[in-house]
Design a protein around this ligand. Structure first.
Ligand code: NAD
Length: 262
C-alpha cells in the first residue's frame, strides 16, 4: 500500500539509534524528508548516511543537540522547512526507588518525557491544522499501561503526557483538520537501551548475559524482543494519509506481554 507520504517533512527526535532510528528509516522508505536529532554527532551522521542509502530521493538533515533543552528544540524546528509529521522521542529516565529521588530527578524526567513533547507539539500543531495535514506520534512506553515499579519516573512523567495528549487529540480544531496525535507504547525492543539493561542484570546476578536475555524473551508470549524495524513500520502506518480517523489512541507493541483484555 502506498502510504501517501511522498514529499512530506518529518521531525524525528532522538533518532540516531533504536526506536527513533526505526521510525526515521520507515518514513524515509516512504519518501518522507526527515530532520533527525541526537546528542552525539558521530552516531547521528552515521544514521543520516544510512537513511540516504535507503532512499536517495529524500532530504535528510541531521541536527546535533539535546532535544530536552530549549536550544536543542529550536535548532531542530529551524532545520525543518515544515513539520508535517512529528515523532516525539528522548531517552527514558533511570530506574530506582522513589525514596531516593529529589525534585531535580523528577524535573528532568518531566522535562524529557512530558514537557519536551508538549513544547514540540505546541510549536507545530497549529501549522499542521492550517495546512490540513498533521501526524504526531509520541514514543512512550508499555509502562504507561502496566507500570513497572522501578521505573516510577517513567510511569509518572509519561502518564502525564498521555493524559495531556488524550485531551488535545480530541480538540475539534485539530481532529477535524486531519491532525492526529497518537502514542506508541513499546514493550521490550532489541535496542541499545535494552542491551544495557540486560547487561546490568547479568552483572548484578552473576549469570551469563545470554541466559538473562533468553529468560527475559521467554517471558514474552511472542518469545522474542521487538525490532526497531517493526516499530518504525507501525509508526509510518500511523503517519500515513489513510490514518486520519485514528487519533488519541495508545497503541501497545509488546508481543502480547500485557495480560489484560483491553
Ligand atoms: P536507545 O537508547 O536505543 O536510543 C535512544 C536514542 O535517543 C539514541 O539515538 C540517543 O542518541 C537519543 N537520545 C537520547 N536522549 C536524547 C536527548 N536528550 N536528545 C536527543 N537525542 C537523545 O533507546 P530506545 O530503546 O530506542 O528507546 C526510545 C524510547 O523508548 C526511550 O524513551 C525508552 O525509554 C522508551 N522505551 C524503550 C523500550 C525498549 O525496549 N527499547 C521499552 C519501553 C520504552
Amino acid at each position: 500500500m502506498d502510504l501517501g507520504l511522498t514529499g512530506r517533512w518529518a521531525l524525528v527526535c532522538a533518532a540516531s539509534k533504536g526506536l527513533g532510528a526505526g521510525c526515521a528509516q520507515a518514513l524515509v522508505a516512504e519518501g518522507v524528508n526527515v530532520v533527525i536529532t541526537a546528542r552525539g554527532e558521530e552516531a547521528l551522521q552515521a544514521q543520516a548516511t544510512r537513511l540516504r542509502g535507503i532512499n536517495p530521493k529524500v532530504q535528510v538533515v541531521a541536527v546535533v543537540g539535546d532535544i530536552t533543552t530549549e536550544v536543542g528544540r529550536a535548532s531542530a524546528l529551524q532545520a525543518c522547512p515544515q513539520v508535517d509529521i512529528l515523532v516525539n522521542n528522548a531517552g527514558g529516565p533511570p530506574p530506582g526507588d522513589f525514596r531516593q529521588w529529589g525534585r531535580e530527578q523528577w524535573l528532568s524526567a518531566l522535562e524529557a518525557n512530558m514537557l519536551t513533547p508538549i513544547e514540540l507539539i505546541k510549536a507545530t500543531v497549529d501549522g499542521m491544522a492550517d495546512r490540513g495535514f498533521g501526524r504526531i506520534v509520541n514514543i512512550t512506553s508499555g509502562a504507561v499501561k502496566a507500570p513497572i515499579d522501578v521505573l516510577g519516573l517513567s510511569n509518572g512523567a509519561r502518564s502525564g503526557l498521555t493524559g495531556f495528549v488524550a485531551g488535545l487529540a480530541r480538540q475539534p480544531q485539530l481532529a477535524s483538520r486531519n491532525v492526529t496525535i497518537n502514542n506508541l507504547l513499546p514493550g521490550a525492543f532489541d535496542t541499545e537501551r535494552l542491551q544495557k539493561t540486560l547487561a546490568a542484570g547479568a552483572e548484578k546476578s552473576g549469570r551469563p548475559l545470554a541466559q538473562v536475555r533468553d529468560q527475559r524473551a521467554a517471558g514474552i508470549p511472542a518469545r522474542r524482543f521487538g525490532t526497531a524495524e517493526e516499530f518504525g513500520a507501525l509508526c509510518a502506518m500511523l503517519c500515513s494519509a489513510h490514518a486520519g480517523y485514528l487519533t488519541g489512541q495508545n497503541i501497545l507493541l509488546d508481543g502480547g506481554s500485557y495480560p489484560g483484555t483491553f
